[in-house]
Unconditional design. Structure first.
Length: 385
């Protein structure tokens, strides 16, 4: 009886909510209400804010192309030492001064640059922040592929077809392909992510780091530099593992690091026995950094199940990636990554609760989220069997 009564209360509440939303929709879509709200002093700030949000959605692609133009011209690097005049920047870039001025003024309106009077133009606060993270500039250049794929978003939704991004990410099509370009992109964007993870999660109590799909070893190298007791194994496609091997050698970490070429869906913990760096029963952290959202549910469950079947003793799993339904950053999930991964041909953005469900199906039942400095870019789940 109580259960039926509770269900009826929930249904009644949902019905009232839907009626309220329909009333809101009719009100906000009324041109007369919009004009009145823009004139009334108490609602004027809200009306103006909504108008600005709608305009920014309409103009967002233009804003992105202004940023792309600045990156292509290396404007942020050119202004790192201080402001430069229009004539100096025109000479540096080879663009006509009157045309360049249009770009500079647009960038200043977006806080990428800042007009400095007679001194010309200097960095804006967003431009200065971008200068401190080379991964952003790499993604700005890379996103031109996504924009071409989204020239007709409905065509992308209607049919499976070759896209700019699926060509760039060959593993998404099940092929090894050329790895240099996408490995360089991941390395550039991984450096900031690596420091955020290491600032958030101490590796003091671990003796071994096992970085699955660890790319060219950017994260593993950062962890090894910070924690001298640590050894690391990076597992990735053979051609990518070769790049990690070269990085460890170049950075003087080869004595504590191993890079293994393997198919993570078949043998995520594959190692060469003669080069085993630590015992499997020592405290171990297994990491999946920006890996799961690149794959569909079936392959993700397959990978997690294989990990659970071959799980090392005394190990924990750390999952770090952008997640859907992140408070204060919802467009990042379903809007940006939803279409990015569709164009890539593999994967989807998932919420933390969706990841927990997949982990439970694979046999991982203890899961705790650890707060990060920038949840827009990265959220962390620490998992135990």
């Amino acid at each position: 009886m109580r259960s039926r009564f509770s269900a009826s209360l929930i249904a009644a509440g949902q019905s009232l909510r839907e009626k309220g939303l329909l009333w809101r929709d009719r009100l906000l879509s009324s041109a007369a209400f919009q004009r009145g709200a823009a004139r009334f002093p108490l609602t004027r700030p809200i009306a103006r804010h909504r108008a600005r949000q709608l305009f920014d959605l309409t103009a967002g692609f233009v804003y992105s192309q202004v940023l792309y133009g600045c990156v292509q011209l290396d404007l942020f690097q050119r202004l790192a030492a201080g402001p430069r005049t229009l004539e100096q920047l025109a000479g540096d870039t080879g663009l006509p001064a009157e045309r360049l001025l249009r770009l500079l003024q647009a960038a200043a309106s977006l806080r990428l640059l800042q007009a400095r009077g007679a001194a010309g133009f200097g960095l804006g606060d967003l431009g200065a922040a971008l200068l401190g993270n080379e991964g952003i500039a790499a993604m700005v250049r890379h996103n031109q592929r996504l924009y071409r794929d989204l020239a007709d978003p409905l065509a992308l939704l209607r049919e499976d077809r070759d896209t700019q991004l699926s060509t760039f990410w060959p593993y998404a099509r099940g092929t090894a392909g050329e790895v240099d370009e996408y490995s360089e992109l991941m390395a550039a964007s991984q450096a900031f992510i690596a420091e955020d993870i290491l600032d958030t999660c101490s590796l003091r109590d671990y003796r071994h780091l096992w970085d699955i799909a660890g790319g060219d070893g950017t994260f593993a190298a950062a962890a090894l530099r910070r924690w001298p007791q640590l050894h690391a194994t990076v597992a990735d496609l053979p051609a990518v593992a070769e790049r990690a091997r070269a990085r460890f050698q170049r950075e003087g970490l080869a004595a504590r690091a191993l890079a293994v070429g393997t198919d993570m869906f078949k043998a995520p913990f594959a190692v060469e026995p003669r080069e085993r760096l630590s015992q499997r029963d020592s405290p171990c952290l297994v990491t999946l950094i920006r890996v799961l959202h690149d794959h569909d549910d079936g392959p993700v469950l397959e990978l997690l199940t294989r990990l659970r079947e071959t799980w090392p003793p005394a190990a924990r799993l750390l999952i770090a990636e952008p997640m859907a339904e992140t408070r204060g950053a919802r467009p990042m999930g379903h809007a940006y990554f939803g279409f990015y991964l569709l164009a890539m041909g593999s994967g989807r953005p998932r919420s933390a609760s969706e990841l927990r469900s997949l982990l439970a199906q694979a046999g991982f039942h203890q899961c705790q989220e650890v707060a990060t400095g920038l949840p827009l870019l990265l959220r962390i789940l620490v998992v135990e069997p």
